[in-house]
Design a protein around this ligand. Structure first.
Ligand code: IMP
Ligand code: MG
Length: 254
C-alpha cells in the first residue's frame, strides 16, 4: 500500500500537504485492510489515482475525474476470480459462459482467457461454450426501471448445463434478478454469477453475486467496457467521470 501514498505524494507541494496526505493514507490503509469479506472493498473516501499517472486517451482526459481501478489491478483480481470459479464449478457437466452485453465484454474475455488456461492445465476440466445476452436498463446514470432483453442467443441451449453468468456491475441488482428468472425458465442444471463490480448503494435489493471482484462506492464508473450512454467503453481503466462530462454526454439534457 505504501506505493499508493508515494505515487500520490508526488503532487503534494508542501510538507504540510504531505503530512495531510500521509494521515489520509493511513485512514485509507485502515479501511482497505478491512478487506476480509468476499471481495476487495473500495472505501467511500478513496479518491482513486490521479489520472496523470495513467494512460487515459486524450479524447477523455477532461472527462475523467480519477482512475478508480487501473486495468492491471483488474487483471490481477480477475486471475484470482477465475481460480475461485474453477475450484467451485461442477465439472461433471458442460459449462456455458454467458456474457451480459455490452458492458461485460472485456471482463468476459479476460476472465475466460484465465479459465481456459486453468482448464488446460488441470487434471479435471469440462467443455465450455459461450453465449451472449443483451440487457438494457440505463439512460444517463439512472436506471429507467424497466429491464429489457434487447438481443442475444437463444437460451434453450443451457438446459441441463451449468451456467456462469459474467456481469460488469451490479447496482440495484434488479437486472441480475430479472436475468436469473429468464435463465431459470430454460432449466439449467446450476447457475453461478460473477460480477466484476458491486455498488454499495441504498438502491440495492440485497442481491449479491457468487463471485465479486470489487465493491465500489455509489458513483457512476466508466471504462474497461462500462459505458455512459455508449461513451467510455474504449477507456482502459475503470474511472470516475468528472461532473462536467456527466452533463456533456447526457441524453436527457440534449
Ligand atoms: P442494476 O439493475 O441496478 O443492478 O444495474 C445493473 C446495470 O446497470 C449494469 O449491468 C450496467 O449496465 C448498468 N450500470 C449500473 N451502474 C453503472 C455504472 O456505474 N457504470 C456503468 N454502468 C452501470
Ligand atoms: Mg452489465
Amino acid at each position: 500500500m505504501l506505493w499508493m501514498f508515494y505515487s500520490n505524494a508526488h503532487t503534494a507541494s508542501s510538507t504540510c500537504q504531505v503530512k495531510k496526505r500521509f494521515r489520509a493514507f493511513l485512514v485509507r490503509k485502515l479501511s482497505w485492510s478491512h478487506n476480509m469479506g468476499d471481495c476487495i472493498i473500495v472505501d467511500d473516501e478513496y479518491p482513486g489515482y490521479s489520472k496523470e499517472f495513467f494512460n487515459v486517451p486524450s479524447h477523455y482526459i477532461n472527462d475523467v475525474e480519477s482512475v478508480l481501478l487501473p486495468r492491471g489491478i483488474i487483471l490481477d483480481r480477475t486471475a484470482k476470480l477465475a481460480k475461485d470459479i474453477h475450484e467451485k464449478i461442477d465439472l461433471s457437466k458442460p459449462l456455458v459462459a454467458l456474457c451480459v452485453l455490452k458492458g461485460s465484454y472485456i471482463f468476459f474475455n479476460d476472465l475466460l482467457e484465465q479459465l481456459r488456461a486453468l482448464s488446460a492445465n488441470a487434471n479435471k476440466s469440462c467443455r465450455m461454450s459461450i453465449d451472449f445476452i443483451r440487457l438494457k436498463s440505463y439512460t444517463d446514470s439512472t436506471s429507467t426501471g424497466t429491464i429489457k432483453v434487447i438481443g442475444g442467443d437463444d437460451l434453450s441451449g443451457i438446459k441441463g448445463k451449468n451456467v456462469l453468468v459474467v456481469e460488469d456491475i451490479v447496482d440495484s441488482g434488479r437486472t441480475m434478478q430479472k436475468l436469473l428468472k429468464i435463465l431459470d425458465e430454460n432449466e439449467p442444471n446450476a447457475v453461478r454469477v460473477v460480477s466484476l463490480l458491486v455498488k454499495r448503494t441504498s438502491r440495492s435489493t440485497g442481491y449479491r453475486p457468487d463471485h465479486i471482484g470489487f465493491e465500489v462506492p455509489d458513483k457512476f464508473v466508466v471504462g474497461y467496457g462500462l459505458d455512459y450512454n455508449e461513451y467510455f467503453r474504449d477507456l482502459g481503466h475503470i474511472c470516475i467521470m468528472s461532473p462536467d462530462s456527466v452533463k456533456k454526454y447526457s441524453i436527457s439534457n440534449s
